[in-house]
Structure formats: structure tokens, C-alpha cells
Design a protein around this ligand. Structure first.
Ligand SMILES: [Zn+2]
Length: 505
């Protein structure tokens, strides 16, 4: 009787625990699989996706290779013109074709790029178990490295979200140049514990932590750029902190204000373009922490515009004789040594005093010189005195034969005056003589402040590299308003621009 009573009393409890234990054992045996498939939610490519992205005109080479354990690895390679090659690890949920826009983005920055699909994704086979994923990333890299002749010292590792999991293994075992981490997570424990009262459920099933980015990066000794949205609910923003703080080397962080997890590159790639390029190809970034909010976006937009304008200067024509930015120096003569332009006009006008009476300049230069002279006159109530404008080839041969030294008179065919875009103002034979006169000093200082607005640049400036010509405050050369403004803002001479930026490119 007593026995029965006890049985009845605990029967429900026993059944309950029995039930719990069945559930536990079910999950115990499935835990590894659940973890794998939740890290890499299943999604295989269907043909429609691929067709859709093919319309994006991404002209890549599709690669299928057989892994060490006889599985198919599907991936792609795109050749770029820069030295660096990016190994891109995509995020989960979708197969590779979904990330063509990100791959294209990297390729549009002129880098070579390659990427593979994780096991069970797209056309790749098997299951995304930790060892298999590692094997795929290694085998695919070794194949590309050999086929495309890639050096580890030019290798950029770029991972996004779950790509972290895959790339972190790879990066810990292979040398590379730099690393880009977009929305990285700290570890698998960290990804799960926030749903279970801060205890990783893996512990219940005696599973060790894995993909521990926050630990592995302690051993990295290459620069990193980390990017994370501060409104990310998939990989909480706090996780970057562990990764960032533990990262043992040079690092920069971009916090994207009020943004979540996906499509960061699609949405912010344009604005971050120069930052990526600078990080990958040039100097270390000049910030450690940047908050990308509306205000910063505007600032970056302005900077990007400037940069684009700068690039347009880089592609200007410095060689053709009649180019407004023709570069002339003791080493750079005219292509046609006795070049003479065909758009010459007489320079004398109301506000311009031509001391020789018959001098000419090219039409464009003369137009702007007139406006300059008018404003000059408004300020000083004297006309702008032009001592010497053009010097034809024949004229230069003449003055050289009278014995004018090389630092004052260029060799025939090597003078800026032969562009018919330059002029010398007021009389003086040396810089100190020129600047001793109070009025000339004032004129010069006005020109220094204003001439660029009319497209003129002082070619031979003090404290700047100017070949081995003497400093000439009187010598001004028309180069166009945009370029003159650019030189003025940068505070560099034409020589410095040409030799430091153009020749070294
Ligand atoms: Zn001159």
C-alpha cells in the first residue's frame, strides 16, 4: 500500500525526468550536427540565383577541384591589376552567387580575388563540419596559389560574419599581408550563450568551444581592419570588442552607426572605398576607431570627391606639347623641339602692360591673365607689367648664345616660356632684388594668395623642389584653374607633383 502510494506520488515526476532524459540524449547525439548546421544554415544554389547574378556581368573563372577527401570544391577566381590578392570568405545562409556583388566590389578596387563555397553550399559537396571546412579552405588556397602564382606576402584575407569561422582557422595557419573582418563573431560559445542565460549550451553536451576568433587573433602579427554595425542582432556588437581588444597587432575599427549585420559592403562600400584601398595597398590607416554616422559619411563623401579629382589630375596629359599641363624641365623638353602653338593672341590690354609691345600668349592663358590683371589693377591701381612672355625656340637659341646661364635661361626647347602659357612680371634679375622692392613684394604676395584662382602657378618657388633653377617670384605659368588650385591647396610645386606623384605611380 505504502509502496503503491509512493509510486503514484512520484509517477509524474519520473515520467517527466524520463522524458527530459530522452530529449537530452537526443540532443546529445545530434548536438554536433545542430551546431554545424546552425553555423552554416543550409542553402544550396539553385540555377535561378546563378542566372540572376550572371546578369551582373561578373567575368570570373569558375573553378571546380577535388579536395583531399574526394569532395567537390566549387569556387571562382578574378584577376586584378594590383599586387594584392584577396581571399574572400562569404557569410552563411546563401551560396557564393549571392555574394557576387561583394566580390565584384573587391575586384572593382583592382584586386585579384578568389572565393569558394563551403561544404554543402552551392555546388560544393559534403557537410560543413569543422575539419571539412578547414580542408576546403586549405585545398582551395593551395590550388589557386599554385595556378595563379600568388605569394603569401600579397595575400589579403577578407571575411564576413561566418566567414570568420572558416578564415580564422586558415589565417592562423597561413601567412598573409593584412586582414579585413566584417561583422566578426568572438566564438561559438559567445554566439550561443546569450540565448541561454549566458551559459553556452554546448557545455551541457560536453562540446568544447570552437572558432574562437577572440583567442586566435592574439597571435596575429599583421594589420587588421574590423567593421561592425552597432545595431547588429545576429552577431552582437559586443563581440567585436573581444576581437578588437585581443587583436595583437596594428588595428583599426569602424563602427557603423545604427546598422545591422548584412550587406555592409553593398551599403557602405562606396563610402569606404578609399579606406579599403589605403588599408590594403598603401599606408596604415590614420585612425584606430571611427564611428561612421551621417556626419562622418558627409565628410568622407567630400574626401572621396577630392580624391577622385586628384586622380583626374594624375591622368592629365603632361607630355603632349600643346597640353595645358605639359611638363617642361631640364630633363623634359618639347616633343617637337621647336614647338609653337597655333592659338596665339597679342597680350596687351587695358590692365596689362606689355613692355615689348608685340608679345603673345595662347588664347586660354591670355583670357585668364586679363581677368587676373583687372583684379590686380583694382587692388594696386597699376597695370600688371609683363616683361617676358613667350620665348620661341629660335629666341632661346639666341639668348643662350649670348651667354645666359642655365639656372636663369633654360636650354632651347626646355623652357616653360615655350609653352606660350608663362610670363615674367616686373623687372628683377634675382629673387632678393625682386623682394627688396616694397611694391614688388606686395604684388608677389597678392599673386601668391590669388593667382591660382585664375589658373596661374608660380613655377619656381622658394623652399620647394624646383629642379635646379633659381627661385623666381616673377615667373607664373598657366596650368588651368583646377590644377592650379590643387597645387595651391596641397602647397606643392609642379615639380613636386610631377616627380613625386606621376613618375612614382
Ligand atoms: Zn620666366
Amino acid at each position: 500500500m505504502v509502496y503503491n502510494y509512493v509510486t503514484m506520488k512520484y509517477k509524474k515526476t519520473i515520467i517527466f525526468f524520463l522524458f527530459l532524459s530522452i530529449i537530452y540524449w537526443f540532443f546529445f547525439f545530434q548536438a554536433e550536427k545542430i551546431q554545424t548546421l546552425s553555423t552554416f544554415p543550409w542553402m544550396q544554389a539553385n540555377i535561378q540565383d546563378v542566372v540572376w547574378y550572371e546578369e551582373k556581368n561578373l567575368d570570373f573563372e569558375e573553378i571546380n577541384i577535388i579536395s583531399n577527401s574526394w569532395e567537390n570544391i566549387n569556387g571562382l577566381y578574378l584577376s586584378g591589376t594590383k599586387n594584392e590578392t584577396v581571399y574572400y570568405f562569404h557569410w552563411n545562409g546563401w551560396p557564393l552567387p549571392y555574394f557576387y556583388s561583394e566580390i565584384k566590389y573587391i575586384h572593382d578596387l583592382w584586386y585579384s580575388v578568389f572565393a569558394f563555397d563551403y561544404p554543402w553550399y552551392g555546388k560544393s559537396t559534403w557537410m560543413p563540419e569543422i575539419e571539412k571546412v578547414w580542408e576546403f579552405s586549405k585545398d582551395f588556397f593551395e590550388y589557386i596559389k599554385k595556378e595563379k602564382n600568388i605569394q603569401n606576402e600579397h595575400l589579403i584575407i577578407w571575411w564576413y560574419s561566418v566567414g570568420t569561422a572558416v578564415a580564422v582557422d586558415f589565417a592562423s595557419k597561413n601567412d598573409f599581408l593584412k586582414i579585413v573582418l566584417v561583422s566578426p563573431f568572438a566564438s561559438r560559445y559567445d554566439m550561443w550563450k546569450r540565448w541561454f542565460f549566458n551559459i553556452p549550451p554546448q557545455k551541457l553536451f560536453f562540446m568544447e568551444n570552437s572558432y574562437i576568433t577572440s583567442e586566435v587573433v592574439k597571435n596575429f602579427s599583421k594589420p587588421a581592419l574590423i567593421i561592425h554595425g552597432n545595431n547588429d542582432f545576429i552577431v552582437p556588437f559586443s563581440q567585436w570588442k573581444q576581437v578588437f581588444e585581443n587583436y595583437a597587432w596594428e588595428k583599426s575599427f569602424i563602427e557603423i552607426d545604427d546598422y545591422g549585420h548584412n550587406w555592409i559592403i553593398d551599403n557602405y562600400g562606396g563610402i569606404l572605398k578609399n579606406i579599403f584601398t589605403q588599408f590594403i595597398s598603401d599606408n596604415p590607416l590614420d585612425f584606430q576607431y571611427m564611428i561612421l554616422n551621417q556626419e562622418k559619411i558627409q565628410l568622407l563623401q567630400q574626401e572621396n570627391q577630392k580624391k577622385e579629382q586628384e586622380l583626374s589630375f594624375f591622368s592629365q596629359d603632361f607630355l603632349t606639347d600643346n597640353s595645358v599641363t605639359k611638363y617642361v624641365s631640364p630633363e623634359n623638353s618639347f616633343q617637337k623641339i621647336d614647338y609653337e602653338p597655333d592659338d596665339l593672341v597679342k597680350i596687351s590690354s587695358e590692365y596689362l602692360q606689355d613692355v615689348k609691345g608685340n608679345q603673345t600668349l595662347r588664347q586660354g592663358a591670355k583670357t585668364y591673365l586679363d581677368i587676373l590683371a583687372k583684379d590686380f589693377h583694382k587692388t594696386f591701381w597699376v597695370p600688371l607689367k609683363v616683361i617676358s612672355a613667350y620665348r620661341s625656340y629660335v629666341y632661346q637659341v639666341g639668348i643662350k648664345s649670348w651667354g645666359c646661364s642655365d639656372i636663369f635661361c633654360a636650354k632651347a626647347g626646355y623652357s616653360e616660356h615655350q609653352t606660350w602659357l608663362a610670363f615674367d612680371m616686373f623687372e628683377a634679375s634675382t629673387e632678393s632684388e625682386f623682394l627688396q622692392k616694397e611694391d614688388l613684394r606686395k604684388y608677389f604676395s597678392w599673386m601668391q594668395q590669388n593667382a591660382y584662382r585664375y589658373g596661374f602657378n608660380n613655377s619656381y618657388q622658394k623652399w620647394k623642389q624646383i629642379d635646379w633653377y633659381a627661385v623666381e617670384p616673377w615667373h607664373w605659368r598657366y596650368v588651368g584653374i583646377d590644377f592650379a588650385t590643387y597645387l595651391w591647396e596641397k602647397n606643392i610645386s609642379f615639380w613636386e607633383f610631377y616627380n613625386n606623384y606621376i613618375l612614382k605611380k
